[in-house]
Design a protein around this ligand. Structure first.
Ligand code: SF4
Ligand code: MG
Length: 331
């Protein structure tokens, strides 16, 4: 594994009126070389915190973070510097993540300066190469970010992330702030970059369609924990956790919506609140299958024989597999 999170947790003490909130509660994930791991979940499930833990922008409360086999959990910024070169980030809002008062040329030279890479007269050529690599030939590099569209800015943010030839990019909602027509372009650009450069991605999104399109493997997060994980094919075609099934059935294709027999698995109950985690299975107040054991006992994330999936549900796969296959077929 290139990037490995081993039972990481993050507790914030100040949130929600002084009550401690465990945003991430013992998550283990690994991203292999050249692989795309998609992390999906609703807003507030802790996925952005997980991205920041993976990027070492915040410290874990518990657990370990490893990069290419090296335990970087306790690394301060200076020791992280050589690793940051290999581990880059792309965020949701490109205008907010780029300094509005810096020209595109300045934005693009920043990573080289930070890492002491001196290109001299070559710098502008290198910047133009990077920008044309992301489909921005001949743009005015003396302009300010405010003079570009959201899609162009996300391309610039990706070009900057690629400047030092990283081995992995952690992308937190890289398309959510963009128009739907532009979203597909950015997703396809990221896939194209992966084919050309062989880099790894940890892509985080609330949008299972985006994740299903790009990921080799998918992890589903709910209230700070991973509730299901598997190959993209398995998750999209036969999800076993009732929550994953609800996420998938909430966004059917048009053809599926017309198809007789398509039934939406509804989420009932209150939206999840990390300051008030339910007993037993965290999903039980919203689960249409919930019974006594679900309120009493935490279901461990465990492998389900023959499916290659990991799922945290007392009733999976016996009582959930059929609904999962139906939801998968309806897409
Ligand atoms: Fe639903 Fe129970 Fe499974 Fe949780 S453990 S997802 S409440 S059936
Ligand atoms: Mg977020």
């Amino acid at each position: 594994a290139l990037l490995e999170l081993d039972a990481v947790s993050k507790t914030f003490s100040q949130r929600h009126g002084g009550r401690a909130v465990q945003a991430v509660a013992g998550v283990s994930l690994a991203v292999g070389k050249g692989e795309t791991l998609g992390l999906v979940g609703e807003s507030g499930c802790g996925k952005s915190t997980l991205a920041r833990l993976a990027l070492k922008l915040v410290d874990v409360t518990d657990g370990r973070v490893r990069f290419d086999g090296v335990d970087v959990t306790g690394f301060a910024s200076r020791r992280m510097l050589p690793i940051r070169r290999r581990l880059q980030a792309v965020f949701q809002d490109p205008l907010a993540s780029l300094n509005a008062r810096m020209t595109i040329a300045e934005v693009m030279r920043e990573p080289f300066d930070t890492h002491g890479v001196k290109l001299g007269a070559e710098l502008e050529t290198r910047i133009r190469e990077l920008l044309s690599f992301v489909g921005l030939e001949n743009i005015g590099i003396r302009k300010l970010p405010g003079q570009f569209s959201g899609g162009q800015l996300q391309r610039i943010a990706i070009a900057r992330a690629l400047a030092l030839e990283p081995e992995i990019i952690v992308a937190d909602e890289p398309t959510s702030a963009l128009d739907p027509s532009i979203q597909a372009q950015i997703v396809n650009l990221m896939l194209q970059i992966q084919r050309k450069r062989g880099i790894s991605y940890l892509i985080i999104s609330h949008d299972l369609d985006v994740i299903g399109h790009v990921a080799d493997r998918i992890a589903v997060m709910y209230l700070g924990i991973i509730i299901e994980q598997g190959t993209a094919d398995a998750i999209m075609q036969r999800p076993l956790h009732p929550y994953t099934q609800a996420l998938l059935s909430a966004a059917p294709t048009l053809a599926a919506r017309r198809q007789v027999g398509w039934k939406r698995i509804m989420l009932t109950g209150d939206p999840p609140n990390p300051a008030d985690v339910p007993s037993g299975c965290r999903f039980h107040p919203r689960c249409h299958l919930a019974r006594d054991i679900c309120r009493e006992k935490v279901p461990p994330l465990r492998a389900t024989p023959g499916t290659g999936q990991m799922v945290a549900c007392h009733l999976a796969p016996d009582e959930t597999a059929q609904a999962g296959a139906e939801v998968g077929r309806a897409r």
